[in-house]
Design a protein around this ligand. Structure first.
Ligand code: ZN
Length: 418
């Protein structure tokens, strides 16, 4: 029997400690639904989708300090908007993007707001340093100022989170003040992680790797002491050094996925190590991680070993150019792989697995001037916007009725990144 997540003991009998708190496992539209916007409004796919976890420092990285300060001063009336497939390349068309998002948000009217929409304003990121070779580089987020009394809109946006309207209007809305680091610790690769191995083999291999990883802390007194200190300081628990370190290693979880080898080789099976974060302090976290992974200045992280089998650490990357999650590859994006998805896809941004050197080269000169094509799509979207003057009293939703990836043939939207 091949590996089946449903039969994995970590899903039932031997869940890691605090696993239910892991933000990478959460879904959108969780909990009691808040007040819904009145109909009609621009259609979007409802979901639920996997939640994307982005810590505050990632919103602010490569951003002008004055803008960071201004965003912080506004507090909770500001939300982050992550255009799918965005990054520095998209910023060439930032004004069009901001205006399309703004029009969409102004189409959402609420009963409690006198059946009107809120007068929101979307701001583009002010980049600190541009890198022409990194079209998907940070900053990734735009910011929306909802105004002072827009609680209904704020609650709805955060609950829905993902808005896939069409391939040129597809984004996530996230709170800015997320002071919890990612649970991802590292990516473990190796020829011996066999996707076609049996379920039992993979579960056993994972158990052995987890034991090795835990031993790194429990066998190294300095690291054990440091880990215990961090647990004591940030988890509000007590115990001996050894007990505190165990509380931390009990949250370890290895999830099977695929990674892009840094060598440029094709994607390969990998494990992501998750653990409950020890600290939100970036400097402390980096220092702890370097000690744990035994990072050498020249050779990087020390590989794991099971007998003669070697498992390189940090030699594969797992991040998504579509939704900006750091726990899956672009081609595996669960948003874009949702049945009926109508937003930005890996194909549209040229990051699906079919990418080859030849295809890239062919795209490079921009046969159709794709950036202009992208801009045209945005213009169309802006023109098509509808103000909600006559909400549909029947409450019957029209949402979710569209299927297929309508924008595929729309002139190389991949485009955004060029
Ligand atoms: Zn994704």
């Amino acid at each position: 029997m091949p590996y089946l997540q449903a039969f994995d003991p970590v899903e039932s009998t031997s869940k890691p400690a605090h696993w239910d708190e892991c933000p990478h496992r959460k879904k959108t539209r969780a909990g009691v639904p808040p007040e819904q916007p009145l109909l009609p409004h621009q259609e979007f796919l409802e979901g639920p989708f996997p939640h994307t976890h982005v810590p505050e420092y990632r919103f602010f990285s490569n951003l002008n300090a004055a803008q960071i300060q201004a965003v912080r001063q506004r507090g909770t009336q500001i939300l982050a908007i992550i255009p799918h497939g965005g990054g520095q390349g998209l910023l060439k068309r930032a004004k069009v993007v901001a205006s399309a998002i703004e029009s969409f948000l102004r189409s959402l009217a609420f009963e409690s707001n006198g059946r009107k929409a809120f007068n929101v304003k979307v701001y583009e990121p002010e980049v600190k340093k541009m890198d022409p070779n990194n079209p998907f580089g940070k900053p990734h987020a735009f910011f929306v100022d909802l105004g002072p009394n827009a609680d209904a809109l704020r609650k709805f946006l955060l609950w829905q989170e993902v808005f896939a309207v069409n391939p040129s209007l597809s984004f996530s809305v996230l709170p800015v003040d997320t002071r919890e680091a990612s649970w991802k610790v590292c990516v473990i690769t190796g020829d011996d992680i066999e996707p076609n191995a049996t379920h039992a083999y993979l579960v056993q291999q994972r158990t052995l790797l987890l034991t090795e990883l835990k031993k790194r802390i429990h066998d190294d007194f300095k690291l054990l002491w440091k880990t215990a200190q961090l647990v004591l300081n940030s988890w509000n628990v007590h115990g001996t050094y050894s007990e505190l370190a165990t509380m931390f290693t009990d949250t370890f979880m290895l999830e099977l996925t695929t990674a892009d080898p840094r060598s440029g080789a094709p994607p390969a099976p990998a494990f992501i190590l998750y653990a409950k974060p020890l600290t939100y302090d970036k400097r402390e976290a980096v220092k702890w991680r370097a000690d744990f992974l035994r990072v050498h200045p020249r050779t990087g992280a020390q590989p794991l070993r099971l007998g003669l089998d070697i498992f390189p650490v940090d030699k594969g990357s797992v991040d998504c150019k579509v939704c900006k999650a750091d726990v899956h590859r672009t081609a595996d994006c669960p948003l874009a792989n949702t049945p009926g998805w109508i937003g930005v896809t890996p194909e549209l941004i040229g990051k699906d697995d079919k990418e080859t050197a030849g295809r890239e080269a062919a795209k490079e000169p921009g046969a159709q001037n794709p950036v202009d094509a992208a801009q045209d799509i945005f213009r169309t979207v802006v023109k098509r916007k509808k103000r909600t003057s006559e909400p549909n009293p029947s409450g019957v939703t029209k949402r979710g009725g569209r299927t297929g990836r309508g924008g595929r043939g729309s002139g190389g939207f991949g485009a955004w990144a060029k």
